[in-house]
Design a protein around this ligand. Structure first.
Ligand SMILES: Nc1nc2c(ncn2[C@@H]2O[C@H](COP(=O)(O)OP(=O)(O)OP(=O)(O)O)[C@@H](O)[C@H]2O)c(=O)[nH]1
Length: 265
């Protein structure tokens, strides 16, 4: 209630109380008006109080709902971050599995299974289109000596270095894989036997010149390789070509190692 209203009400109350005005013709009407005003004022105050209460509780509800929404949103963001991380992890694991099924774990080269698949599809294409395709089976000479002198770990390191050197010496489209132990298979599409000979001569030189960071009585250790070559024949199973390359490799070993032999078919 404002000060002005209070003063006015006090003034009216005083008038109504005063004995001098009791018999005034407007006294009764003023008294009814006064009480009616007081009732209206009380009702208004109650309504304001109720409205205030509603507003306060609505605000509290709103605040609680906002808080809850914010918490839900935070939880959802966290969940979606976890889901993203989980998906990345799953993707990585799938990639690792895919790599493990096609890669040799020591050298990172294609493994035997991958070579087999690759060769099967290349041979089919070469046969269909009459395109040349050659294979080179490469075996490091006397590799056992490296293991015996320097230990298996150093032998592993040497194998990795040899694998890298072979891979880096190839053209795009050629594939070098680890066939087993210290034996590598090169798959050379669009390559005839005479071209393959030139290529493997260059690779043999690379291997010989490779620094394996191993010393024998103060002298750096170098390795040589024996190589068997065979060209795919459209009328044969690609496994027969592998076999012929293998036979050529055995011939190279028998004849004294550090050389290339071809299976002319
Ligand atoms: N460190 C290491 N050695 C391996 C691995 N795979 C095969 N070898 C070794 O390679 C050697 C192969 O020996 P051999 O088959 O006798 O052949 P070699 O000593 O290379 O002699 P030739 O092939 O006849 O010239 C063995 O000592 C194997 O232990 C490998 O992953 N790591």
């Amino acid at each position: 209630m404002s000060t002005r209203e209070r003063a006015l009400l006090e003034e009216v109350a005083a008038l109504l109380e005063a004995p001098a005005h009791r018999d005034h013709p407007l006294h009764a009407a003023l008294e009814r008006l006064y009480h009616h005003h007081l009732e209206q004022r009380d009702r208004l105050e109650r309504m304001i109080n109720i409205a205030d209460g509603f507003q306060q509780s609505a605000q509290q509800d709103l605040h609680a709902t906002r808080h809850q929404l914010e918490r839900q949103r935070r939880r959802q963001r966290k969940l979606s971050r976890i889901a993203d991380r989980f998906q990345d992890l799953l993707h990585e694991r799938n990639q690792e599995l895919a790599d493990a099924s096609t890669q040799d774990p020591l050298t990172g080269l294609a493994n035997r299974r991958c070579l087999d698949d690759h060769l099967a599809s290349l041979a089919a294409g070469a046969a269909r289109h009459g395109r040349p395709l050659s294979l080179a089976m490469i075996d490091i000479d006397h590799f056992k000596v490296i293991n015996d002198r320097h230990g298996h770990v150093a032998g592993d390191r040497a194998l990795v270095a040899l694998a890298e050197s072979l891979r880096d010496g190839l053209r795009e489209g050629d594939l070098c894989g680890r066939w087993g132990g210290e034996e590598f298979l090169l798959v050379l599409p669009e390559t005839r036997l005479d071209q393959a000979k030139v290529l493997v001569a260059r690779l043999g030189d690379r291997l010989r010149a490779l620094d394996l960071a191993l010393e024998d009585q103060g002298r750096p250790t170098s390795v040589t390789a024996s190589i068997g070559l065979a060209e795919y024949r459209p009328d044969e199973d690609y496994r027969a070509t592998i076999h012929r390359a293998d036979q050529a490799l055995l011939a190279a070993k028998r004849e004294g190692r550090d050389r290339t032999r071809c299976d002319a078919g």
